[in-house]
Design a protein. Structure first.
Length: 375
């Protein structure tokens, strides 16, 4: 390997000042900096594992301030002890390194969007190191703190790489009085219709689905489709929702159980593996046709690929036995009627779909003229 091809240094800055200094040094040298992703040849990789403090938890204002490297399980545990929750921190949570910074930089998302909305709605403010090394403070401690452009959420749009968040201000909620997680095992083809009914009649906090292939690739036993819901709220509301869930599953020729019953090891929603997360968008009404066409196409190609995700919302992921066949799996999905979100392409260094890419390039020219962060 030549010197030009060798990876650059890996730095572990201890605070905001050291992050800013590393970026300024790279900018002065005409170099590049990578955060929350592997560095390409010659680039400096910054790892934020030392920026892992919870700076403040304010139960009165329902706000937390954290450094970007704080692990989400650590934050979740600290909040639970005070009767609070940061919804996107709660599992199942796929993602690159499981930190608050990666949640937003890489668009790791969260399971509970069905009831609580996207993770961006829980981001109130940030301190961000720009590509020049300057530090920009945006947002504040309340939801209604934006009178012009919402720079906080724009700077931290998934995979945009317009800045490095070093501190985040997060919206909290109280813990619900009751919570229950249920699973249903269903014959192939039954889940799509049931997912729509559950969304309308039960309104779960989340509704996750996996086909038989995705379950097998995740190491879970069985060949049936799996539907998992979490119900939260007042105790009576949860009891009624659980009874309705069991009744609807029975009519769909499946059987329901408490999550974890009869299933050893992690389920397909939190097991590691080659997963193209939230890459496919489908109309919920047409999801069944897309799923069936994808399964038939994968079998015809000898492609070990399954689908899983938020079926009632039309947001699906692809689980693969061979990550080298990702492009083939996505092409198949597109031919079956799914829309590609472009996440995988961006992770490969390709531009975002227009017109978003044009807008990002224009802003990057202002905040990162040397293209230190934005590649």
């Amino acid at each position: 390997m030549s010197a030009a091809q060798e990876p650059g240094p890996v730095l572990h800055p201890a605070d905001e000042a050291e992050v800013a200094e590393a970026v300024r040094a790279a900018a002065a040298a005409g170099g590049r900096v990578a955060v929350h992703r592997p560095a390409s040849a010659g680039a400096v990789e910054l790892r934020l594992d030392r920026l892992a403090r919870i700076l403040e938890i304010d139960g009165g204002d329902l706000v937390a301030r954290v450094e970007a490297g704080v692990p989400l399980p650590v934050l979740e545990e600290a909040l639970r002890a005070r009767g609070l929750r940061f919804v996107p921190a709660e599992g199942p949570r796929p993602g690159p390194d499981g930190t608050a910074g990666a949640l937003y930089a890489c668009g790791a998302g969260h399971a509970r969007t069905l009831k609580y909305g996207a993770a961006k709605h829980f981001l109130l403010g940030s301190r961000t190191v720009l590509g020049t090394g300057a530090v920009l403070s945006t947002g504040g401690r309340t939801v209604k703190n934006v009178t012009g452009y919402d720079l906080t959420r724009f700077l931290h749009a998934p995979l945009a790489h317009l800045g490095i968040a070093v501190e985040l201000t997060l919206k909290l909620l109280p813990q619900p009085p009751a919570r229950r997680t249920l699973r249903a095992r269903l014959p192939a083809g039954e889940a799509a219709a049931l997912a729509r009914l559950l969304r309308e009649r039960v309104r779960p906090a989340y509704l996750l689905w996996a086909d038989g292939t995705a379950r097998r690739l995740a190491g879970a036993p069985g060949t049936e489709e799996l539907l998992q819901v979490e119900l939260d709220g007042e105790a009576e509301e949860v009891r009624e929702g659980a009874a309705a869930f069991g009744d609807m599953v029975w009519h769909a020729r499946g059987w329901a159980e408490e999550a974890g019953a009869g299933e050893a090891g992690p389920g397909p929603f939190d097991a590691p593996g080659a997963l193209l997360a939230d890459e496919l968008k489908v109309e919920p009404e047409g999801a069944a046709a897309v799923v069936a066409a994808f399964a038939a196409g994968a079998r015809a190609r000898g492609l070990q690929a399954g689908l899983q995700g938020r079926l009632a919302e039309g947001v699906l992921s692809v689980r693969l036995a061979d990550a080298g066949r990702a492009a083939e799996a996505l092409a198949l999905a597109a031919s079956c009627g799914a829309r590609l979100a472009g996440r995988w392409a961006r992770e490969q260094g390709r531009p975002a779909p227009e017109p978003l890419a044009g807008l990002e390039r224009a802003l990057a020219g202002k905040v990162d003229p040397g293209r230190v962060l934005w590649w």
